[in-house]
Each structure stands twice: as C-alpha cells, then as structure tokens.
Ligand binder design. Sequence first.
Ligand code: ATP
Ligand code: MG
Length: 450
Amino acid sequence: MLKRIAKTLGFKKKRTPAGPHIVPPGSHPIVPEDISRAASDVVSGLEKAGYTAYVVGGCVRDLMLGLKPKDFDVATNATPEEVKRLFRRAQIIGRRFRIVHVRFGREVIEVTTFRAHHTSNPGKDKNLSRQSKEGMLLRDNVFGSIDEDASRRDFSINAMYYHPTDNTIYDYADGLKDLEQKTLRIIGDAATRYREDPVRMLRAARFAAKLGFELDDNTFAPITECAALLGDISSARLFDESLKLLMSGSAVAAYEQLCHLTLFAELFPQTARLIDNDFYQNLICQAMRNTDARINNRQRVTPAFIYAALLWPALIEQRKEYTDKGDSPLYALQQAGSEVIQQQIKRTAIPRRFTTMMKEIWELQARLNRRNGQNAARVFSHPRFRAAYDFLLLREQAGEQTQGLGEWWTLYQEVDENEREAMVAALPKQKSGNRKRRRPRRKPKVDHAS
Ligand code: ATP
Ligand code: MG
C-alpha cells in the first residue's frame, strides 16, 4: 500500500502555484466506486445545482491507507440553508459548528460548508464567529473558499479532497507525504489550534492510535500545557469523544496514547490518581484488550462495560470508606458506585441507560459471591448476568484472587438443572455474619373507628 502512495508522491503529482498537490486518476489507489452511493449523490446533487463539492477528511485518508471508511463527509461552497433546500431528508445541526446531515436510508452524510479564518474584527453576528478569552472558538461558522477550508482542518492527513467525477485528489497540506511517513501533523500553530478547539488533542490521540502514526514534534509539544483546556469542553462532547477513542477497535493503543499525552487524567481524573497500582493498571489494560478483541470479532460491546471497568478502581477505593465504617458490602458498593458516577459525569456525560447498567454490573459482583439457596439461580436469571460474569473474569484476568469463583460460574452455565442444584448444595454453608437481621414487621394498625 505504501508503495502505491510513494508512487503517488513520486510522480504525476502536479502543484498549482499556491494551491494543492493535484493527484490525477491512476496515480492514487482510490476509484469512484469506493465512495458510497449516498456521498456521490450528494456531491453530484450539489454540482447540478451549480455548487462545488468534494468528499473530504477521514474517508479519503482511510481509502488511501486501504482501510474501510467509517463514514463519508462532504465539503461544499453551498451554505447549510442552500444544502438543506436541495435534499429532501436534510437537517441542519449544531450551533458552534453548523453542518447538514443528509440521510439516505441508514447512512448519514455530513455536509460542511467551506470554513474561513476568523478575522480579528469578524462583524457583529455572534452566531457566525465567537471566541472565548482563551481563544476557544465558540462559534465557527465563517464561510470561505476551499483553500481556507483546508487550512482550518485539523491534521494534514485530514485535509485531502477527492472529486468522484474527475477521480482526482487535491492535497492541500502535504497530507500524502505525512501518510507515507506515518506522521500526524497539525495544520498551523499547534498551541493556537488546541486553544481554538481542545478536542483536537483527543483527536490526535485517536488518529495516532487507530493508524499507528506518530505525532510530529510540533504537534506533540504543547499538549501537556494545553491539556487542562479540555475542562472547558461540554461533558456531552467529551463522552462522545471517549467512545470514539475506546470503542473503535484500538482501545489499547488509544489508552496508551491518552496516558502518553497526559490526557487520560482530563477524561478520567478519579481513575488517573490510582493507576500506579498494578492491579488497577492490569484491569484497565485487560478491559481494553477484551473490548478490542470483541470489536474485531464483530461481537457486541457496550459503553457501560468499559466504563464500569474504567471506574472500578475508584469504586473500590471509595467502597473502603463505607466498609471501614461497618456498612454491609452491598450497601458500600452501591453508595460508592453512585458517588463515583456523580463525579465522572461532570467530565463525560454518561447517559442514564449506561449508568444504570454500570451499577447493575457492579452490584452483581457482590451477588455473584452469594450462591447459597436460591441466590445462584436468581443471579443467573438477571438480565445483566452475562455482563457481570464477564466482569468477574476480567477481575480475575487482572490478578484478583476470587477462590475459583469465575470457574464455578463457568461450570454452572454448562451443566443442567440437577447438576446446578448439586453444585449449590456442595458449597460450604454461608456465614450469616454479614447479613443484617430484618426488622420484625410492625403489626398493621387496626382502625378502631370502623
Ligand atoms: P473518522 O470519521 O474516521 O472518525 P474523520 O477524520 O472523518 O475521522 P470526522 O469527525 O468525521 O473525523 O471529521 C471529518 C473531517 O472534518 C476531519 O477529517 C477533519 O478534516 C475535519 N474536522 C473534524 N473535527 C475537526 C476539528 N475539531 N477541528 C478541525 N477540523 C476538524
Ligand atoms: Mg468522518
């Protein structure tokens, strides 16, 4: 593949006077059929109406590397309103960065209008251009030419435009060279670009992890000093970014990049304080390995599981405070779980459906231990049993001693009803020490008036 890129770089590439490298058909590996029908239709629809349009960004980058694009993005000189008028199922979304989603069945094409630089005196319309004191772009809706658009994109490898009709690539920021050298290079002055949008630092970690690229020195240098700017980003956007990092099949590499770039503590401050501990470190790495393996085997993964693992170290520490006070293990786990989640959602807004599932996975860790009588059968029929069992195996893989609990549950699932009962009967009698006595029920009041 790299040979093909080298070929692209070696010859047939033209450079217009201050414009892009132009890579004609046959000198690059992309063919028009690589582009989804929906994206091609959006480009041709815009062109028929007199606008210019290209596919751009990650899809061009991924196709150049022989990877399957996750989605297709289109860039055009039509404004969002003009795009919306042209397509039946189009919707303008976003305020900070207004774009149009055009739907074709289940596929969504993101159409962005070419962006321009923000001049120091951008006019009065605060919906077009607005910047915080720190330089963060609160509104990024100043439209411009394709050249300006290219220089407003994040990394050189994301600033390549492909035209499906002329089958030509327009490379504005030497992205082809960086693809060949496996380098992630931010466009422009790195610190300024991170101040404009701190999420670009997380994107750097993500692309470096996904593609196995290295950050060039200038791209890397200001990250530690800019990392805390992520505190100004909405927790909803950070949650989305955390999933892109952890649930795209390269979570191990993403976690390593996040730690290396000092960004992990910005997303998971409670956990970051504890990962010097070998067991916690093993647990997180193993959770990432398992997630990657599942994704690469096309098995289902849920953000709840990976978040449950990422916050387990904080929960264990918090739980000690309750058990030291004499609270029951289950109560301590529940309280600690709620507190840890309350802290975490300030950083990444985990939706409630996932926090509910996380709490269930955690609580079941305590219940998987209590197998006497009907307990085992009850736990087994719980809708989250499978996730909780996987979590137990994860704890064991990370080195926790559980006296063969995982193996017991593995066997329990394999045998029939009678054997399950025998397994439970063979368990040592459970100490009742931990159990709180139920208070005797009050007698119902008798209503003497009647
Ligand atoms: P993928 O879709 O595979 O995750 P991508 O590069 O396509 O990666 P998107 O989030 O789909 O990422 O964005 C599409 C393109 O928009 C990017 O390739 C980049 O050119 C530009 N872009 C996205 N986010 C930013 C940003 N925060 N700052 C500057 N440019 C951005
Ligand atoms: Mg994309």
